[in-house]
Design a protein around this ligand. Structure first.
Ligand code: SAH
Ligand code: SF4
Length: 397
């Protein structure tokens, strides 16, 4: 007897078509999972066995070799390559501008097919190279000290646009084929424009591609996702992505955090710290990073430092603290704490046995430093920004 169909979680959920064809009708394969590539091929009438094999080959060429031209894919028959080229592309974000800082930091302004601008930054160090990747165009969260938060337009980036940043960085660093050793791009931080946990699915799907062994193959231990505290999504981030977690704490009292990170009015400090304590896989070898921007006379007192230590202890968090000197931008309402104050703040935390390095600002001369990312031209008055912040706050509830 045929089993009755029971609707619900037991059914395999059909995956909606993620691939929106471009203006020329072709589909960009970047950002599609292996299964989605297979489906896209099957939809173009390739039989299932062929589709599976070709998807595997394409994956290798795209993510291991960095190929963007089907004609270099020598293990695929010539007429098949032509067939692919008629229907698909392997795209890259358009580069509007590329800048190099005197300290070697590089910044790219990128543009999507629909004309949205976003940025990525590469920060070379002696022992590593970190790519700072954007998750959204703009950000809805309006932290008072953040330049990105002043952008009016916000749109989620697609998985392809998130992975596209990594692909482009590797193109320009000459890092194909993908090799385990001797890489320049060794780490990824989701700390560019946007709140990654407000674009969860795309960020997850993109990072899955970045971590895939037959491809870019970056270990999850080398990837860090930074959130301003989207508490309901933190457990899922741990379970479904499993990368390192950084939390933009920035203040230790409700009053100050409400002011500088407005999301705190929705998800308070206790809830946030509890979610950190519950984050899967956290231990002494894999600590949570608390980012703390140093704002003069706002969050930088000895008392703040002591309270920070108390909270970390109270929630028994394996944690390190990253102190970020505030990077001013035109019209920013705060000043950076004095170097002496920052040193003192740092040593109070160190003395409690918690690592609290001060992050050196990089790429300041090209506005590539933390929190300075904001694409294109938009300029608004402080009054207008405050009004927008109020509106967004109301929307948050
Ligand atoms: N939206 C996420 C990730 C992007 S921001 C988040 O908020 O965590 C990356 C880091 O830069 C965050 O810790 C953010 O608070 C910090 N930041 C933003 N503006 C800054 C500024 N002007 N100076 C220094 N750090 C800043
Ligand atoms: Fe958005 Fe992060 Fe900037 Fe806050 S600090 S406005 S969450 S990008």
């Amino acid at each position: 007897m045929p089993a009755m169909q029971i609707p619900g979680p037991l059914d395999s959920v059909p995956v909606p078509r993620v691939s929106t064809p471009r203006a020329d009708g072709r589909i960009d394969l970047i950002g599609l999972s292996r299964d989605q590539i297979r489906e896209a091929l099957a939809e173009s009438q390739l039989d299932p066995r062929q589709a599976k094999l070709r998807a595997k080959q394409l994956w290798h060429w795209i993510y291991n070799r960095g190929a963007t031209d089907f004609h270099v894919m020598t293990d695929i028959a010539k007429d098949m390559r032509g067939w692919l080229e008629q229907r698909f592309v392997v795209g890259r974000p358009q580069v509007v501008e590329a800048q190099v800082s005197s300290d070697g930091t590089r910044k790219w302004l990128l543009r999507s097919d629909d004309g949205q601008d976003y940025e990525m930054v590469f920060i070379p160090d002696a022992d590593r190279g970190t790519l700072c990747v954007s998750s959204q165009v703009g950000c809805t969260l309006n932290c008072r000290f953040c330049y990105t938060g002043t952008m009016r337009l916000v749109r989620n980036l697609t998985p392809g646009e998130v992975v596209g940043q990594v692909m482009l960085a590797r193109d320009s660093l000459g890092e194909w084929p993908s090799q385990p050793d001797g890489r320049m791009l060794t780490n990824i931080v989701m700390m560019g424009m946007g709140e990654p946990l407000y674009n969860f699915d795309s960020v997850r799907d993109a990072l899955k591609i970045v971590m895939d062994g037959d491809g870019i193959a970056l270990s999850r231990r080398r990837i860090t996702l930074s959130t301003s505290g989207v508490v309901p999504m933190m457990a899922r981030a741990g379970a479904e992505i499993g990368v390192n977690l950084a939390v933009s704490l920035h203040a230790v009292t409700k009053e100050i955090r409400d002011e500088i990170v407005p999301l705190n009015r929705k998800y308070g400090l206790e809830q946030l710290l509890q979610a950190c304590a519950d984050y899967p896989g956290v231990n002494n070898a894999r600590r949570i990073t608390f980012e703390y921007v140093m704002l003069k006379d706002k969050n930088d007192s000895d008392e703040d430092a002591r309270e920070l230590v108390r909270l970390i202890r109270k929630y028994r968090l394996p944690a390190k603290v990253n102190l970020i000197p505030f990077n001013p931008w035109p019209g920013s309402p705060y000043e950076c704490s004095d170097p002496e104050r920052i040193r003192r703040f740092s040593s109070l935390i160190f003395e409690a046995g918690i690592s609290a390095p001060v992050r050196t600002p990089r790429g300041r001369d090209i506005m590539a430093a933390c929190g300075q990312l904001k694409s294109s031209s938009e300029k608004k008055s402080r009054a207008e920004l405050d009004r927008l912040a109020e509106e967004k706050q109301l929307a948050l509830g």
